[in-house]
Write a protein that binds this ligand. Structure first.
Ligand code: FMN
Length: 247
């Protein structure tokens, strides 16, 4: 397996990789994903861009050897992509971790700043010490107040409008999704396949994995060596002019 990674590093074309990645619904039960491959792919995933570098997600690995695997596959509505997967990876959006992650960024910036305190440093510290708490803190009515403030400021100058509680949740899921995509491409580059799934009972999955109330499941990714019959038909996309344009 490591060999296939080396091959990639020697030059598997990125576009080929993107083209070859398919959502695979049936995995080969006899081929396990080596531990080092999983770790390297997860390490690649966490390098993905993420909103404000808050890294508000966790990947939870549920390998075939885990007592949770069969129960989790059942909670993925018994989908073959989950049942036959060698490993399931639950991507959890962790909006609730904002305080500790903001502090980690704040402390990192402060500790790594070599020069005398200046405007740039104060701006960076203000971002994590003042702006992020304003956006992420929660109390009744705050979401509406934030929207009102954004509307008020936005009437006078360009302003970020996505400040409501729902917007914050979407932002956290965006970052978790980007990390998921990196993970899936990384696994593909190592010769393995994936199937992202949102067909699961989130309430029961959270209970099974003992996740806090505020955690949200972004997706569950079935992982393994794909089989030919696991690819359900030729890939379909609507015409490109409906999907991208230049203005
Ligand atoms: C957020 C998300 C959720 C998905 N949920 C499921 C799912 O529950 N079950 C499934 O079989 N495929 C699921 N898919 C896979 C899509 O159906 C698949 O990506 C799409 O049909 C395009 O096919 P391709 O990935 O092979 O290019 C999901 C994909 C994404 C991105």
């Amino acid at each position: 397996m490591i060999e296939s990674k080396t091959e990639v590093k020697e030059g598997v074309d990125f576009f080929e990789l993107v083209n070859e990645r398919r959502s695979v619904r049936i995995f080969d039960p006899s081929i396990a994903i080596p531990e080092e491959v999983m770790v390297e792919c997860l390490e690649a995933a966490i390098l993905s861009p993420n909103s404000s570098n808050l890294q508000l997600y966790n990947f939870i690995r549920v390998p075939s050897s885990s007592s949770f695997k069969d129960k989790l596959a059942d909670l993925c509505m018994g989908q073959k992509a989950a049942k036959t997967a060698q490993e399931l990876v639950v991507v959890v959006a962790r909006r609730d971790l904002w305080k500790s992650r903001a502090k980690a960024n704040y402390d990192y910036i402060k500790a790594s700043y070599a020069g005398k305190p200046d405007k740039k440093l104060n701006q960076a510290l203000g971002y994590y010490g003042n702006l992020i708490p304003k956006l992420y803190r929660k109390f009744p009515g705050w979401s509406q107040i934030k929207q009102l403030i954004a509307w008020w400021i936005g009437n006078r100058r360009p302003m970020v409008r996505e400040v409501s509680e729902t917007d914050v949740r979407i932002s956290v899921h965006k970052s978790a999704s980007l990390a998921s995509m990196t993970f899936m491409l990384a696994l593909k580059s190592c010769g393995f396949d994936t199937c992202p799934m949102e067909g699961f009972d989130s309430k029961r999955v959270k209970k099974l994995l003992d996740l806090p109330k505020e955690a949200e499941i972004c997706m569950v990714i079935g992982c393994g060596k794909g089989t030919t019959e696991g690819i359900y038909g030729k890939r379909f996309r609507v015409p490109s002019d409906q999907l991208y344009k230049t203005v």
